[in-house]
Design a binder for this molecule. Structure first.
Ligand code: SF4
Length: 226
């Protein structure tokens, strides 16, 4: 059945719209569609809204505290993530854990981690604009459900996916932006730090240290207000 045919069926209410959502990117996912993360995850694991669904082992939805005040958004799953169904579990994930631990943040208590795209792109390529757009409604629902005060955007793809900005990550990292009432900070992707291991002043790792301290200070400020 084509998506146009499916859409026309909404008028007659003869189909449950929820059942149709994972089939085609033209079918909207309005805010409030999902009551909880397991419902959303079930749809992601059956999703064919873009071609990335064809080769996935698992859709990678998220991990961490579902009530966290900090949400970290990455690009898309890699091989380890596709195999386990969990985001940031390879070398990049281990480095991310260390970065968070350096300011006493834990992924189990303080953070929820998700991705722009839930399914692994072939050869770990960057998701296309269409693939990002197809998956974005799920991410917006995740943000609504977790309701974080701070969102960290790891790398240029996450920045583009959330803000639409095509600015290079080295230009905008460490700056607080506002997106729909939430504070967002672009930061380097851990995989970039793995490729640039220097700790010299001004190096990517050194800059990340400045950024994560600024995030922790803001987090403490927000916690103090509540
Ligand atoms: S990447 Fe997102 S939109 Fe594409 S098939 Fe997977 S869950 Fe669906």
């Amino acid at each position: 059945m084509s998506s146009d045919t499916q859409l026309s069926l909404f008028d007659g209410s003869s189909f449950n719209q929820q059942d149709l959502i994972p089939t085609d990117a033209k079918i909207p996912i309005p805010s409030g569609t999902y009551a909880n993360m397991p419902e959303l995850a079930q749809h992601c694991n059956n999703c064919r809204r873009c071609g990335l669904g064809e080769n996935r082992t698992h859709a990678v939805v998220g991990r961490g505290n579902l009530q966290a005040k900090i949400m970290i958004i990455g690009e898309a799953p890699g091989q380890s993530e596709d195999e386990t169904g969990l985001p940031f579990v390879g070398k990049s994930g281990q480095l991310l854990e260390k970065i968070l631990a350096s300011v006493n943040l834990s992924t189990e208590q303080d953070v929820y981690i998700g991705n722009i795209n839930k399914c692994r792109p072939p050869e770990n390529r960057v998701p296309t604009a269409e693939e990002m757009a197809a998956c974005k409604p799920y991410l917006l629902e995740q943000i609504r459900l977790v309701d974080p005060k701070i969102i960290l955007l790891t790398g240029a793809t996450a920045v583009k996916g959330i803000t639409g900005s095509k600015q290079g990550i080295t230009k905008i990292r460490g700056q607080w932006l506002e997106s729909e009432g939430r504070l967002c900070m672009p930061i380097f992707h851990p995989s970039y730090l793995l490729r640039n291991p220097s700790r010299e002043k001004g190096s990517p790792k050194w800059l990340m240290w400045q950024d994560i301290q600024a995030v922790k200070a803001k987090y403490d400020e927000i916690k103090g207000e509540n």
